[in-house]
Design a protein around this ligand. Structure first.
Ligand code: LLP
Length: 453
């Protein structure tokens, strides 16, 4: 999948106007009197009262996904932690949900760490990663006392060591290892291959050197290994292959350095269903392949099974979220296509422009009608590539309708921008008939709050 030039025809797939969208909508989605409801809340009413564009998240589904990850890993091994990758979607309310559900929070920056701490997540339930943490970010993580820092380079090991030693503390670190496995996903989100900016390559001795340095430096406690091979992965064999490499490396680490791996972190990346034809694996299958895979490999290498960490992001939140927009201008170009313009776009969802990502759409106030039209949902920004869905099936759509874009809970709000000085939408959690705003809509004042003129 690459970004698609506008002139290229999208492969025509047969469209069933009555296709059931429930597999790409939040689990509590239902249709009542022609309207889409999520979490017992009418999406059309919510759009009218809260304004659009609007991110809506089904809290029950977020909790359900976290529980599923815990359940299907604990089913196979007693010592497993689910560490939610906050980059997929983060705000204080989300951090609290993650913590309440017994999961840890994985932070990718000082900013994410600040939010997790401000939300009240104890540092002992936070891990920090990133391929080029600044000295300030490392200092913040060490000072907070986070459970693990995942070190990406020798430079970082030295920096963590200096900072921890100066404070007289010992910081537990995992080493991010690139196992040399290329999963089947978009090139921009493959991370486990050798040619990558991330981590210590296992093939050229770098990772072994990393272990030796981590074990020898003062202020550091070598706690284990980390991998993350990519994102939106459907084929679980990629995990199996990577686990084989990682556990083989664990054995060599023990043999060559005497160091035991306490934690083996397999990262995130489990794919989700965006299009009706997508067939991602289930959390149950993921749990089995990963945990059983590690157990089997450990057994054949004569090693004890370590604590196992998994870091799902997308699979926790993507299908729990929808984005609501109001339709403005509709431009029909005879014989070419119909553009349906909405009051948002690439500022609240960059993924179609960046990855050629595709989403299912419906008209929330006509949710019981068949999707008989093919239109292109266009954003309001000054870019031709600002399209949310190209040539997509939808109900007969008119100005003023509320368009719902499905499965936007991951990497949409978290990758949003203020391009064209668009204010970012609010985020509303819906649950059991209640809607609570967890991130308010930005105002024009917010757009200027950092201006110092
Ligand atoms: N762990 C690490 C170290 C990661 O870098 C990531 C995501 C995750 C876990 C969570 O991966 P997930 O389960 O969400 O696939 N912006 C892209 C995705 C980038 C993923 C970056 N790392 C997108 O919109 O598709």
């Amino acid at each position: 999948m690459g970004s698609i030039a506008l002139e290229e025809p999208v492969p025509a797939e047969p469209v069933d106007p009555n296709a059931d969208l429930s597999s790409v909508l939040p689990m509590t989605a239902e249709i009542r009197d022609g309207h889409l409801w999520v979490g017992g809340v009418d999406m059309v009413e919510l759009a009218r009262t809260q304004g659009t564009a609007l991110y809506v998240m089904d809290e029950a589904q977020i909790r359900n996904q976290l529980r599923e990850f815990r359940k299907w890993t604990a089913f196979h091994w007693k010592d497993v932690e689910t560490v939610y990758a906050a980059k997929a979607f983060m705000c204080k309310a989300m951090c609290r949900v993650v913590h309440e559900e017994g999961c840890m929070v994985l932070c990718a920056s000082g900013g994410e760490l600040a939010i997790a701490l401000a939300a009240g997540v104890p540092a002992s339930r936070i891990q920090v990663h990133g391929n080029n943490k600044t000295i300030a970010e490392i200092t913040e993580a060490v000072d907070a006392g986070v459970d693990r820092i995942i070190a990406d380079s020798l430079l970082e090991l030295h920096r963590i060591s200096e900072i921890a030693s100066a404070r007289g503390v010992e910081q537990s670190v995992l080493l991010r290892v690139t196992p040399g496995v290329k999963p089947d996903t978009h090139g921009y989100i493959q991370t486990g291959q050798e040619d990558s900016k991330f981590g210590f390559g296992v093939n050229h001795g770098l990772a072994m050197e990393g272990v030796r340095v981590a074990a020898a430096l003062p202020g550091l406690r070598f706690a284990g290994l980390h991998m993350h091979i990519g994102s939106q992965i459907f084929a679980l064999q990629s995990y199996s292959k990577a686990i084989e490499v990682m556990v083989d490396f664990m054995r060599r680490v023990l043999e060559e350095t005497g160091q035991s791996v306490i934690d083996l972190d397999v990262g995130g990346g489990i794919g989700i269903k965006y299009g009706l034809a997508d067939e991602p694996s289930t959390i149950e299958q993921f749990g089995k392949v990963v945990v059983d895979g590690i157990k089997e490999e450990c057994e054949s290498n004569g090693l004890p099974v370590p604590r196992i960490l998994i870091e799902p992001g997308r699979a926790v939140v993507a299908n729990a979220g929808v984005t609501l927009y109001t339709v403005g201008t509709i431009k029909e170009i005879p014989g070419i296509r119909t553009y349906v313009a909405i009051d948002g776009g690439m500022t609240d969802n960059i993924r179609p422009a960046l990855y050629g990502a595709r989403y299912e759409c419906l008209v929330a106030n006509k949710a019981d009608q068949p999707r008989t039209e093919i239109v292109t949902i266009a954003g309001k920004h000054c870019e031709t590539g600002d399209l949310i869905a190209r040539d997509t099936p939808i109900q007969a759509v008119e100005t003023g309708d509320v368009v719902c874009v499905c499965s936007t809970g991951a990497y949409c709000q978290s990758m949003s921008s203020n391009y064209n000085k668009q204010v970012r939408p609010a985020v509303v959690f819906v649950n059991a008939g209640e809607a609570r705003t967890v991130v308010r809509r930005e105002t024009y004042d917010d757009l200027m709050r950092c201006d110092v003129v």
